[in-house]
Unconditional design. Structure first.
Length: 446
């Protein structure tokens, strides 16, 4: 058996026998020659076959050559196959400067002749047939970039002695609020909830003495939002660190993490991202700009936009406006918005004793919030009082409060949405485009 070669390896091989496997992207069936564009997970290559047609005078023909020509003529787009043949380098071939003269062709699985989606199909239609939509080179690159980005995050943390944890996604109570929980029956009369975040368990690791931890894992929000940046199941990137002085320590870690990871993405995929997405990956300079929330609201107002929210937070347009200001003023795509009022933050965010505001931040990237970070309150008596202020029943959180009854270090961390980072990094209009299989209020399949 000839060993399978990936398409991106062909250019480095000498002319001669070769075997490649993939799926049919296009067939050009001309009178004297047939061309097949075969794509695999690494690229595309041109296959060529001198067509053998039945003789008009009925004279004998090479049955094998006739069969091969007929087989190629009937190949449907998407058919998976293996071809063995002769590799030839030829600078005139636009697709990679190589082509393969077909010797034999083995169909692994034929595709139906009519493809259910086209290049101009709408997003919902493409999501219905996501496995076909993902065959595009552009979509393939999305998940190569995602792999590189996640690996860069992990490398940054592991090189600095962080511990990776895998927290449970089935919980007995809410991690933040009762408003966005998916519940399910759990062995009879028990009710379990899908975790909105690993928040409580990240903090438990600090009390356990782990010091620095991270997790990249699913999270669930029963949020009936249909925006371009919301999902009911998403990948959350979380980190938590001990012995901090304030949320500023968390912010410094995160900006360094993002700068490092974006540089790795740019180095490995920058040219291809520019080719397929039409944008240059910008590696952010550090430190990122910091703007207190009250000041950010005044800046947005001065730009002619009145934020309609009454809780004092920014709305999506306000986020876009402050980010535009930062881009114009500092030439930066990121900005930390800091100093949030306790009413619009989680009960476990620590409050500044002088201002009464929380020691927390939101990180905006190109006008979209991607992160909430904070120093956590580690004093159990204060935690309980703050939970009560939020209308939470302390007895329902007793397991969480137990973490802090036996000593706890000052600590903090952040949670960041992977899909939002990917969407903005690649200039896409929706997280649906950068999510392998999107889950939203009306989508549970495929």
């Amino acid at each position: 058996m000839t060993e399978r070669v990936l398409v991106n390896q062909l250019k480095g091989l000498a002319d001669g026998p070769v075997s490649v496997s993939g799926w049919v992207e296009t067939v050009r069936d001309q009178k004297k020659v047939q061309f097949v564009i075969l794509r695999d997970e690494t690229g595309a290559v041109q296959l060529v076959n001198p067509a053998t047609r039945p003789a008009e005078d009925g004279s004998a023909q090479d049955a094998g050559a006739l069969a091969l020509t007929d087989l190629i003529s009937n190949l449907a787009t998407g058919t998976f196959l293996t071809v063995t043949g002769e590799l030839k380098h030829d600078e005139r071939v636009k697709l990679g400067g190589v082509e393969i003269k077909i010797g034999a062709l083995d169909v692994a699985a034929a595709a139906l002749p009519e493809t259910p989606i086209a290049a101009d199909s709408g997003m919902d239609k493409r999501m219905d047939w996501r496995f076909l939509d993902l065959r595009q080179r552009r979509n393939n690159l999305i998940f190569r970039v995602q792999t590189t980005l996640e690996h860069a995050f992990r490398s940054y943390w592991i090189e600095r002695d962080y511990i990776e944890v895998h927290s449970p996604k089935l919980m007995a109570s809410a991690s933040e609020s009762n408003a966005e929980l998916f519940s399910l029956e759990y062995f009879g009369d028990q009710t379990a909830y899908l975790a909105q975040s690993p928040q409580f368990f990240k903090q438990m690791a600090q009390v356990a003495g782990f010091g620095k931890i991270f997790e990249i894992a699913p999270a669930f929000r029963a949020d009936p939002s249909f925006t371009s940046r919301h999902a009911t199941e998403f990948t959350s990137i979380d980190a938590e660190i001990s012995w901090i002085d304030s949320h500023e320590d968390v912010a410094r870690m995160q900006e360094e993490l993002l700068q490092t990871a974006f540089q790795v993405v740019k180095d490995k995929h920058g040219a291809e991202i520019e080719e397929l997405f039409g944008l240059e990956v910008q590696v952010p300079a550090i430190p990122f700009p910091r703007i207190p929330l009250a000041e950010a609201r005044e800046i947005v107002k001065s730009r002619g936009y009145e934020i309609p929210r009454t809780d004092g937070d920014l709305d999506p347009e306000g986020e876009r406006q402050i980010s535009a200001y930062v881009e114009e003023t500092y030439g930066h795509q990121f900005v930390f918005i800091t100093d949030y009022h306790p009413e619009i933050r989680a009960f476990y965010h620590m409050r500044d004793e002088e201002t009464g505001l929380t020691k927390s931040y939101d990180l905006l990237f190109k006008g979209v919030e991607i992160t909430t970070g904070a120093q956590r309150e580690h004093r159990v008596d204060v935690l309980i009082e703050q939970a009560k202020e939020k209308g939470l029943e302390p007895e329902h959180l007793d397991f969480y409060f137990d973490f802090f009854r036996y000593g706890a270090p000052p600590h903090g961390g952040f949670g960041m949405g992977l899909a939002r980072v990917m969407m903005l990094l690649l200039g896409e209009s929706s997280i649906r485009e950068v999510t392998y299989l999107f889950r939203g209020p009306t989508r549970l399949a495929p």
